[in-house]
Design a protein around this ligand. Structure first.
Ligand code: URA
Length: 448
């Protein structure tokens, strides 16, 4: 007698997965139940990668309606654990940056907000393409552990007021699977999919408030303010629609943020900033994000009072002390906070001189990011190991005067052959002109 094998569950009412892909391909709206089943069955392995890849490509070309985007985000959040922090004596708030070059604000902001009295259960990512990742930077600190168990994650938040860690296996598993698929199928650059991906991780943290730093410019996903505003609008609509107070800042990424680019160099710069000795743009953005986070959590609600709290947490040294405590709680060598020389350093350092007199009119962040990655700071493949010591420290920023032969930047490297390959590329990343141009405006808009 023939055996009847049970068919995998992939019917949506009377629709098969392929009918559903066709609906999206033809620009029709999917129901909540259809999206929920799609996410559930992809996460549990019933729907194969090739069908989900086709679905993502259909979304890439046809987009999602606001209702579909919200449903997709909600289903991705609910694919795993959603953390709860009701037992804490203050609000939970977080930030997320869409990625840039030299962006180490998370390392400054998390301890700063914790010192000001709110809690920050921060889940961060690794470097992607030419832009750095908070987890790779943190791993430059000897012993620092970013992969924490859920109970360790909770303990660090309770003890230090903030944690800086990677996504746990329990958190938004649909995104982990889907993001890898999108990366391999050219479907990353798609606003509704980016929105669902970013927010699913952040909302699963159970945070009360979220500040998004949407980067715009040469060194960002979004090249124009219009594109960045569109992404910011979708993110804030969905975040608020899901019940998490969400705002977005649209910030400049037409030159690297701060002066240091490269893992250990960026940790050092973040420490300097917490000591009040960091670059002005990094300090300014960190203070803005931190005060917005405090105000979103309502602790205090008024922005002016939040700014005052942030300044006091910095000036009193309490923010720096929080960093010390978090490093220790996550297994790192906390002495680096007072002795940054304990961070890995490259064997060679060489200045790149300007080839003419003038004013710096631009520093292409994408080129600087690619150069730093090529020195060994990033991964080509997931299995590659990272050289935490290498990078570039800018000696000049946009608007600065420069004389011929004066240093534009210092390159930190370990392999001479790699340095020779990038020398000319770095000179080309700096635009030097006879007339002075103003630095780009750092915070271009606030979307709430
Ligand atoms: N970062 C994410 O987490 N997801 C995206 O889709 C893009 C950037």
């Amino acid at each position: 007698m023939p055996q009847h094998r049970e068919r995998p569950r992939r019917l949506y009412g009377v629709m098969t997965t392929s009918t559903l892909i066709a609906r999206k391909r033809d620009g029709q709206e999917l129901s909540e139940a259809q999206i929920a089943t799609l996410v559930r069955d992809y996460t549990n392995g019933t729907i194969p990668d090739y069908q989900m890849a086709a679905f993502c490509m259909a979304v890439y070309f046809r987009g999602l309606t606001p209702r579909e985007t919200l449903t997709l985000t909600r289903c991705m959040v609910e694919s795993g654990e959603v953390m709860s922090w009701h037992h804490l004596p203050g609000p939970t708030v977080d930030k997320h940056s869409t990625g840039g070059v030299g962006d180490k604000t998370s390392l400054v902001v998390a301890p700063l907000v914790a010192a000001a009295g709110s809690f920050v259960p921060m889940i961060s990512g690794r470097s992607l393409g030419f832009s750095g990742g908070t987890l790779d930077k943190l791993e430059a600190i000897p012993g620092f552990e970013v992969q924490l168990s859920p109970s360790h994650f909770r303990r660090v938040v309770e003890k230090c007021g903030c944690v800086l860690a990677g996504q746990t296996t329990e958190l938004a598993p649909a995104d982990r699977k889907l993001y890898a698929l999108r990366d391999a199928t050219a479907t990353v650059e798609c606003i509704p999919l980016i929105c669902a991906s970013i927010l699913s991780k952040k909302l699963a943290e159970g945070t009360d408030g979220l500040v998004l730093d949407v980067k715009v410019g040469e060194g960002a996903f979004m090249r124009t303010v219009e594109e960045a505003s569109q992404l910011a609008g979708v993110l804030t609509d969905v975040g608020n629609g899901m019940g998490t107070q969400t705002i977005a800042l649209i910030t400049d990424m037409n030159q690297p943020l701060g002066r240091a680019v490269g893992n250990a160099l960026e940790v050092r710069e973040a420490i300097e900033t917490l000591k009040g000795e960091g670059p002005e743009d990094l300090l300014h953005l960190s203070e803005k994000i931190a005060s917005r986070m405090l105000a979103l959590g309502g602790h205090p609600e008024e922005l002016g009072a939040a700014r005052a709290k942030v300044s006091s947490a910095l000036e009193s040294g309490q923010a720096l002390d929080r960093l010390r405590r978090v490093v220790e709680a996550q297994g790192g060598d906390a002495r680096v906070v007072d002795h940054p020389d304990l961070l890995p350093t490259a064997r060679f350092q060489q200045d790149i001189p300007a080839d003419r007199d003038g004013f710096v009119a631009g520093i292409n962040p994408r080129t600087i990011g690619q150069v730093v990655m090529s020195l060994g700071a990033g991964r080509d493949r997931m299995s590659d190991t990272i050289d935490h010591s290498v990078g570039v420290v800018l000696r000049k920023k946009v608007g600065d005067p420069v004389h011929r032969s004066e240093s534009l930047c210092t390159v930190h490297y370990n392999e001479s052959s790699r340095f020779e390959a990038i020398r000319e590329i770095i000179v080309g990343a700096f635009a030097v002109q006879a007339q002075r141009s103003d630095p780009p405006m750092l915070i271009k808009a606030v979307v709430d």
